[in-house]
Design a protein around this ligand. Structure first.
Ligand code: PLP
Length: 371
């Protein structure tokens, strides 16, 4: 046999071209009290009703879950006024993004996303053998004209996080509609609205209306953020029946576990808890923005539950030094060099205690470096 006999299995070249997703840090060595502000989790935790439902599910661990997640889809449909048959649930919305890529992208195809867009998009695009294409942003915001300019004959999917992570910026619904109107009808627009519940802007919409009325729009949502169920892995998507049908054909038969189903239903039933989490964010997002800008750190205006901090480039006060300084104090932020933002850190809105402590630590950092 010839030299093309391999000594061990080789993953496909498109798989090995992927830079694996690196989650936010969660621990600081030797620090007693750690504030994890690196993964956009809610400081309020989940609804107590969701925790109770999770516990009750312990009695049923030997039994397969409902593979269709019917009661959960009905609960989502009821909450948002949607047809449950046009909803698919997933093991986190990451699961659904992967399904989209596998269903609609193949070798030679292009998956389009924005300059500082969520890094799952190039990962799932490459995993499907397709080519990730990046459209420049303006002022750290998705730009409809630059996205449309990057659409080619090979574009099959456009991924738009709205609001975007890690920038926290958003496109008004009119701009999303303009983007959709400019796309050829065979191009799938995926609107990832993971932070929709946090947005308090009159000109914002998560994308339900577009997904309801178009043949080429899918909106994805998650229970990981405001619902506080990141550990359970639960997301959902809403779109035209033909897209939901395609995704259902390739999803894992039991891709959502029973504990997630029960906790998700319970969480949807506790709107007061969601309102409380949104109110907490509305209070602390502007406070953090103002306090941090006062220290001489530029903050990109955010509508999510996190902020993008731009550190000075000078020696001793850059993002890398800040990351080390804050980590030593027990404040874990998210380095975003992989997003093309080496001078930035992303900060999740925390508890009152975490927010005050973080600002005090940042003040020490900036003062220390200056003096
Ligand atoms: C956090 C986040 C998600 C949610 O992912 P899950 O897999 O549902 O936990 C999706 N998209 C963006 C942009 C996010 O920041």
């Amino acid at each position: 046999m010839s030299s093309d006999v391999l000594s061990r299995p080789a993953a496909k070249a498109n798989v090995m071209a992927i830079d694996a997703y690196v989650p936010g840090k969660s621990a600081a060595l030797g620090i007693a009290k750690v504030f994890k502000l690196s993964s956009n989790e809610t400081p309020l935790g989940p609804s107590p009703a969701a925790i109770e439902a999770f516990r009750a599910n312990a009695a049923h661990l030997a039994v397969y879950p409902d593979g269709a997640a019917s009661r959960l889809r009905e609960a989502i449909g009821k909450r948002y006024g949607l047809d449950p048959d046009r909803i698919i649930c997933g093991n986190g919305s990451d699961d659904l993004l992967g399904l989209v890529a596998h269903a609609y992208l193949g070798p030679g195809d292009e998956g389009l996303y924005t300059q500082h867009g969520f890094l799952e998009y190039p990962i799932v695009t490459r995993a499907a053998g397709a080519i990730p294409v990046v459209a420049p942003e303006k002022e750290y915001r998705a730009d409809v004209d630059s996205l449309l300019a990057k659409v080619s004959r090979r574009t099959k999917v456009v991924f738009l996080a709205n609001p975007n992570n890690p920038t926290g910026t958003y496109l008004p619904f009119a701009e999303v509609k303009r983007l959709h109107a400019g796309l050829p009808p065979h191009v799938l627009l995926v609107i990832d609205a993971a932070y929709a519940e946090y947005v308090a802007r009159n000109d914002y919409a998560a994308g339900i209306e577009l997904a309801a009325e178009s043949e080429n729009v899918l909106m994805t949502r998650t229970f990981s953020k405001i619902y506080g169920l990141a550990n359970l892995r639960l997301g959902w998507a809403y779109g035209p029946a033909h897209i939901i049908d395609a995704l259902n054909r390739i999803r894992g038969p039991f891709n959502v576990n029973g504990a997630a189903i029960e906790a998700g239903i319970a969480a949807l039933g506790d709107q007061a808890h969601v309102d409380k989490a949104a109110a907490h964010n509305q209070r602390w997002l502007p406070w953090l923005t103002d306090e941090i800008e006062r220290l001489g750190i530029k903050v990109t205006p955010s509508v999510g539950n996190f902020l993008l901090l731009h550190f000075p480039h000078e020696d001793g006060r850059d993002a890398k030094a800040a990351d080390a300084f804050l980590t030593a104090r027990g404040y874990i932020l998210r380095a975003v060099g992989a997003y093309g933002l080496p001078h930035c850190l992303r900060l999740t809105v925390g508890t009152e205690e975490a927010n005050h402590g973080l600002v005090a630590a940042l003040a020490d950092f900036m003062g220390r470096a200056r003096g």
